[in-house]
Design a binder for this molecule. Sequence first.
Ligand code: 4AD
Ligand code: MG
Length: 430
Amino acid sequence: MKTTIAEVGKYVGQEVTIGVWLANKRSSGKIAFLQLRDGTGFIQGVVVKAEVEEEIFNKAKSITQETSLYISGIVREDERSPFGYELGITNIKVITESVDYPITPKEHGTEFLMDHRHLWLRSKRQHAVMKIRNEIIRSTYEFFNNEGFVKVDPPILTGSAPEGTSELFHTKYFDEDAYLSQSGQLYMEAAAMALGKVFSFGPTFRAEKSKTRRHLIEFWMIEPEMAFYEFEDNLKVQEEYVSFIIQNVLENCSLELNTLGRDVAKLEKIKAPFPRITYDEAIKFLHEKGFSEIKWGDDFGAPHETAIAESYEKPVFITHYPTSLKPFYMQPDPNRDDVVLCADLIAPEGYGEIIGGSERIHNAELLKQRIDEHKLDEQAYDWYLQLRKYGSVPHSGFGLGLERTVAWLSGVEHVRETIPFPRLLNRLYP
Ligand code: 4AD
Ligand code: MG
């Protein structure tokens, strides 16, 4: 019976054949333990000299790391393995030999591993992170489909810039100038006026010269936008969405979380509602914690965010930032116009901001004024202003950064491991 590692549980006591690669190997004169992987999972194969033909035992002892094989064996339950099964090998057929595989079981430096990212992806740890990423993607679609959202795909080549112009990737668009999208938000606002509740999920690009464990040049963002949703309604969607993906990762990725040594008790506590503090309260809190240099009107850096997040077990919303710190489109607080109706969601354990969102300005005059104040090209925003001219309504939305969320749930330190082929300040290869 030809099957996969993920499916072996259906064949306990039976002989199966699986196409695999040899991940690792241990052997003595009498027995060989083969760590096998097939993409769906990892399983140990045991070859006992006394139970197989001599030729097979010799093959087991000599095969090299990452050689591809068809392997046959009897499926056995195995309580000692986290996976729960092992294979009593009966036959080994080499497909293609692998010679001098560069990533050996010893420790390698980060740059070496990043240069070999195309191979590094095969490792057990990277496999686990990619599976968790996939589960976040899968449960994102499930959540928004369940809630009646429509998936809308904004363009990647654009003529205007939602988050300010400094971080844009410039390119030629025949005779015109174009930019790679840094956020689909403005288009999603148009889509919300057509379809009510919408979400996008795609790549975004930021030419930021940041070299931190939280920054990628190319990253994936989920951007929901909802007509008739005001500030509070928006926060509710966010906390329910984040709780939903965590619950799904816990349920469907327990093996992967175990492989990564993730402390799941910390994730199990995370259920909506999430705590909230205002920017004003956050400044006061930071002063009390000894960050005396920060003044009202300053943006928070990673150490500030981490200090705030550390006093909560759940992610925390920081709300009502100064207008001067945020993009032009955010709705002012009706009670004081020096702050806006926005919130950043800060993840626990030092993973930083995973969501930025706000209510949007829906008054045409005010929006036009803001576009002027920010010295943006009014013509490029003409279509965006028209959304306010024809039956404008209060609306809100947010953007969740996929890779920061993967890093947090997987418990990996750096976002470079959370995307198959990271684009970093000094890396466009492989
Ligand atoms: O806070 P940001 O810049 O918000 C927006 O782009 C809004 N237009 C979204 C919206 O309201 N529709 O980015 C949103 C999230 C951040 O919270 C962070 O998780 C992630 O995107 N992000 C990055 N992730 C990795 N590398 C970077 N350079 C990132 N910049 C932002
Ligand atoms: Mg932000």
